[in-house]
Design a protein around this ligand. Structure first.
Ligand SMILES: C[S@@+](CC[C@H](N)C(=O)[O-])C[C@H]1O[C@@H](n2cnc3c(N)ncnc32)[C@H](O)[C@@H]1O
Length: 384
């Protein structure tokens, strides 16, 4: 159950939540028609749903998901789209159930995510499942329970997950549980809203093991690395766990402010679909642009003054493309390689445009010698 203070989350939507929602909506819109081609009904699960709408009128994830499902069902897609939203808090659940009443394809479940995992697992035998996991911190996550669903991936089941993994909170809790000094919040480098670990009871080591699927994190936190490195290393470790099940694992650090060096949390997509990478890359590129806009100087400047991390340069894209282009390869494979190296740094449109410019300049050759080419066409370095 949420603590009283947690409900203040739904008073007004915070800036970083808008980036999180942008990624969810931006991904779902093209994902639905793509996954529908598998001809299995689609189930979208909002596992940590909340009331559906913020007090300031902004859409919460249930409403975002339902509006995309509604548009897909109206088109209509060759298969129906269903939505399932889970919420344990009585008051939030009542609001959620009332809101979902307007969507005949959506239903609310009262209780905790883990209680409904067996139902979701059964549905996965007949449906393509998209699971959205957005807890407040890391409470309510359980790797082994979730992995019972993930292990069907590739056995004729289609499951994708988009998880909000709060590595920062996990590391603070983990340090407390290991009786290692917990660093105080550094407002220059991270979000300075109160961190739950200070108010929540420190969970046991075994509970933390259950969240991330083993005790691998303990060794990471015992290393004398700094807090930012530990936060990154635990997020990387969680991605490695997901990679045991999903061929494409795409993490995106969501920072509260542009100058922060520590992510508030990571949004991580796990998928086996070949369509997932470009779709999530473009969603993440939009999110990065949103953050870069926050850092825009008030007056226009002659040169870009923001960091490369916020505004990755086109020169680097050209270098990346040439580095990754080994031998002859289809353009689509080259694009994927660049996206995996620099996820969300460049949109697919930017990458395609840059390849076309390299072909025009004679640095790269294409099989047909044209610069407007499909993804399957072979490209190679001129003179290579
Ligand atoms: C971060 S909020 C979700 C916000 C929502 N995704 C949105 O964008 O509108 C987390 C929600 O999960 C609920 N919750 C807490 N523990 C849960 C659990 N074990 N299972 C499912 N939901 C839980 C909380 O009551 C809260 O409403």
């Amino acid at each position: 159950m949420p603590r009283r203070s947690d409900k203040s989350f739904f008073c007004d939507k915070k800036y970083w939540s808008k980036r999180k929602d942008l990624i969810l909506g931006y991904y779902l819109k093209p994902y639905l028609p793509k996954i529908a081609t598998q001809r299995r009904p689609i189930l979208i699960v909002d596992a940590f749903a909340g009331p559906g709408k913020f007090d300031d009128g902004e859409a919460g994830s249930p409403l975002i998901i339902c509006s995309h499902a509604s548009a897909a069902n109206a088109k209509p897609l060759p298969v129906p789209v269903e939505v399932l939203c889970i919420e344990p808090d009585n008051e939030l659940y009542d609001r959620l159930e009332h809101l979902l009443g307007q969507f005949p394809f959506a239903s609310a479940r009262h209780g905790e995510f883990l209680e409904y995992l067996p139902e979701i697992e059964r549905k996965a035998s007949t449906h393509s499942v998209f699971l959205y996991v957005d807890p407040f911190t890391v409470e309510g996550l359980d790797w082994r329970a979730m992995d019972r669903l993930f292990q069907h991936v590739g056995e004729g089941h289609s499951v994708e997950v988009l998880v909000n993994f709060n590595s920062r909170s996990f590391v603070r809790r983990g340090l407390a549980a290991l009786r290692i000094e917990v660093p105080s919040i550094d407002p220059d480098n991270e979000d300075d809203l109160p961190v739950d670990a200070e108010t929540a009871e420190s969970p046991s080591l075994t509970r933390l093991d259950a969240v991330v699927g083993g005790g691998w994190w303990r060794e990471v936190l015992r290393r004398p690395d700094g807090f930012p490195q530990q936060v990154q290393a635990v997020a990387d470790g969680y991605c490695d766990r997901l990679r045991e099940r999903f061929s494409e694992v795409c993490p995106h650090p969501v920072k509260a402010l542009p100058h922060h060096t520590i992510a508030k949390y990571y949004l991580i997509l796990g998928s086996r679909s070949p369509h997932a990478l470009p779709l999530i890359n473009d969603a993440m590129a939009k999110s990065r642009e949103m953050l870069a806009d926050l850092a825009k100087p008030a007056e226009p400047t002659l040169f870009e003054t923001r960091t490369f991390e916020l505004v990755p340069g086109e020169d680097r894209l050209r270098d990346l493309l040439l580095e990754r282009l080994t031998g002859q390869m289809p353009r689509g494979a080259l694009i994927n390689k660049v996206m995996r190296t620099a996820l969300g740094d460049y949109s697919s449109t930017q990458i395609r445009r840059c390849i076309a410019e390299l072909i025009k300049a004679g640095t790269v050759q294409s099989a047909t010698r044209r610069h407007r080419i499909p993804d399957r066409e072979l490209v190679w370095r001129a003179g290579g």
